[in-house]
Ligand binder design. Structure first.
Ligand SMILES: *[C@@H]1O[C@H](CO)[C@@H](O)[C@H](O)[C@H]1NC(C)=O
Ligand SMILES: *[C@@H]1O[C@H](CO)[C@@H](O)[C@H](O)[C@H]1NC(C)=O
Ligand SMILES: *[C@@H]1O[C@H](CO)[C@@H](O)[C@H](O)[C@H]1NC(C)=O
Ligand SMILES: *[C@@H]1O[C@H](CO)[C@@H](O)[C@H](O)[C@H]1NC(C)=O
Ligand SMILES: *[C@@H]1O[C@H](CO)[C@@H](O)[C@H](O)[C@H]1NC(C)=O
Ligand SMILES: *[C@@H]1O[C@H](CO)[C@@H](O)[C@H](O)[C@H]1NC(C)=O
Ligand SMILES: *[C@@H]1O[C@H](CO)[C@@H](O)[C@H](O)[C@H]1NC(C)=O
Ligand SMILES: *[C@@H]1O[C@H](CO)[C@@H](O)[C@H](O)[C@H]1NC(C)=O
Ligand SMILES: *[C@@H]1O[C@H](CO)[C@@H](O)[C@H](O)[C@H]1NC(C)=O
Length: 394
């Protein structure tokens, strides 16, 4: 009980927490059940951005940036206590892996094959956790989002987490060691990096799974009036349960086309089925166009007129998933908002948030015809880097 109280205090007292975790810095390894609720608060040197992270899932709990009035707002969905992080709806702000998004029938082979056989010496089965066993979501029943990461290093503006995923856990071959570093820079800039190495051949696809509302659920909870620009002229075609079919679709003339900035709501009525059978909204993987000499141009931008907050994204990843929180609030599933977003009385409503994930092409391990090599191992490390810069839309 004392321990439970202690961890609740840690979670609810950010300043104390940050100080407490400082004493633990330095490559100390814990067993899996220890310290999942240590939190760390970091801040950009100029005070223009501040965030808080949790060892469970290397989760982002809060992300504060200034609005057009100069007030800091917390833009990400999350929970105020650890019961909710452990026992509430999953994937609120963590790292997802070892293989994010969906794996068809929870099965793949190494090397990948287009029509993966159900058995064979190089065929792997990951526990299925969605759609009555038809696929695996986010790395299995016990994905990276629910593991206890170790705080390896910390400064006032950065934190590095690591996690060693043993050979065979959730059915994946090979031990994978992953490092995730979050760094906050001057000018409201969040850089993050995920690097992983494997001791034998295994698929890796990591992402971060943050739910954004660029008004911080203040003037409006709806994301429909946000303007989105995304330089992708193709999306990955998916079936009625969001598993890739193997096809790619041109966005021209469809509600997928955000190459020219427009509001998320402007063609929402044309998105029926985009997020699966009977579902309206986006849950889509866009393939970024390979623009020669793109350089300074962000791959994706989104902003809200109410708060004035704009996010520009640069990434080394070839694709981005956007999920517009379709169906997150149902009769028997509700997620209380954090107190600084009107909770716990108010809840996270349908279409009141958007998940933005920089990632590889989803389920490419069952679609070798795409030419995306997602098998890593000795001599081939995995590296994911992204920069999210917040500013005020002029
Ligand atoms: C960041 O801002 C701080 C405080 O304004 C300043 O001291 C520091 O030089 C800045 N760092 C960089 C890299 O510009
Ligand atoms: C909404 O944002 C405004 C402007 O920053 C702020 O003054 C106000 O306190 C916010 N309201 C809530 C409920 O957070
Ligand atoms: C989560 O739920 C389990 C099973 O109901 C319970 O044993 C555990 O105490 C809960 N954890 C927290 C932190 O509340
Ligand atoms: C899915 O994989 C299982 C083995 O885990 C196999 O028995 C089944 O036939 C596969 N289903 C399809 C549709 O390929
Ligand atoms: C979107 O903006 C329009 C025009 O400014 C406004 O009439 C409408 O109420 C807004 N909708 C939402 C959901 O905020
Ligand atoms: C979408 O459909 C609703 C209900 O039919 C309608 O009120 C709304 O104006 C439509 N929105 C757009 C952007 O066409
Ligand atoms: C949210 O969406 C789900 C799925 O479409 C639907 O079942 C539910 O009724 C919606 N919730 C509300 C409050 O409209
Ligand atoms: C929600 O309630 C329905 C009907 O009681 C049930 O079939 C379903 O499994 C419940 N869903 C969850 C996630 O508990
Ligand atoms: C955790 O938060 C939820 C939602 O705000 C609340 O219902 C629950 O009582 C809280 N649990 C604890 C242990 O504080």
């Amino acid at each position: 009980m004392a321990r439970l109280l202690a961890i609740i205090v840690l979670l609810t007292a950010p300043i104390i927490c940050a100080a407490a975790s400082l004493t633990r810095v330095g490559l100390k390894r814990w067993s899996d059940d220890e310290h999942p609720f240590d939190t760390v608060t970091i801040e950009g040197p100029d005070g223009s951005i501040r965030s808080r992270h949790l060892s469970l899932g290397a989760t982002t709990i809060n992300m504060w940036v200034p609005d057009k009035y100069g007030q800091m707002r917390d833009l990400v969905a999350g929970y105020d206590n650890l019961t909710m992080y452990l026992n509430g709806t999953r994937y609120f702000g963590p790292v997802v892996g070892r293989y994010a998004n969906r794996i068809k029938n929870g099965t793949f082979s190494i090397p990948p094959t287009r029509y993966t056989p159900t058995s064979g010496p190089n065929v792997y089965h990951i526990p299925t956790n969605e759609n009555n066993g038809a696929d695996t979501l986010h790395g299995g029943i016990d994905g990276f989002d629910h593991r206890t990461w170790v705080i390896d290093a910390q400064t006032s503006n950065s934190v590095t987490y690591s996690y060693v995923d043993p050979d065979g856990r959730e059915g994946f071959p090979g031990t994978v060691t992953t490092y995730v570093t979050y760094t906050l820079h001057n000018g409201s800039t969040w850089s993050f990096k995920m690097s992983a190495s494997a001791d034998s051949a295994t698929p890796i696809l990591l992402s971060s799974h943050d739910y954004w509302n660029f008004d911080a659920w203040n003037e409006s909870t709806s994301i429909m009036n946000y303007t989105l620009q995304l330089s992708g002229s193709r999306v990955i075609e998916t079936d009625g349960i969001l598993v890739p079919t193997g096809g790619l679709q041109d966005v021209s003339g469809t509600a997928y086309d955000f190459r020219t900035a427009r509001t998320i709501g402007s063609m929402f009525n044309d998105t029926a089925g985009f997020c699966g059978t009977g579902c309206e909204g986006y849950d889509t993987c866009w393939i970024y166009d390979d623009v020669p000499g793109r350089g300074a141009e962000p791959k994706m931008s989104v902003w809200s007129g109410n708060s004035g907050i704009r996010l520009d994204i640069w990434s080394n990843q070839p694709a981005a998933q956007v999920y517009t929180c379709n169906g997150i609030q149902t009769a028997n599933v509700t997620m209380p908002r954090k107190a600084d977003q009107g909770g716990p009385g108010a809840v996270y409503e349908n279409h009141s948030c958007m998940v933005i994930e920089q990632e590889g092409w989803i389920d490419a391990i069952n679609n070798p015809q795409w030419g995306q090599d997602q098998i890593y191992g000795p001599g081939r490390g995995y590296l994911w880097t992204s920069t999210y810069r917040f500013s005020i839309q002029q």
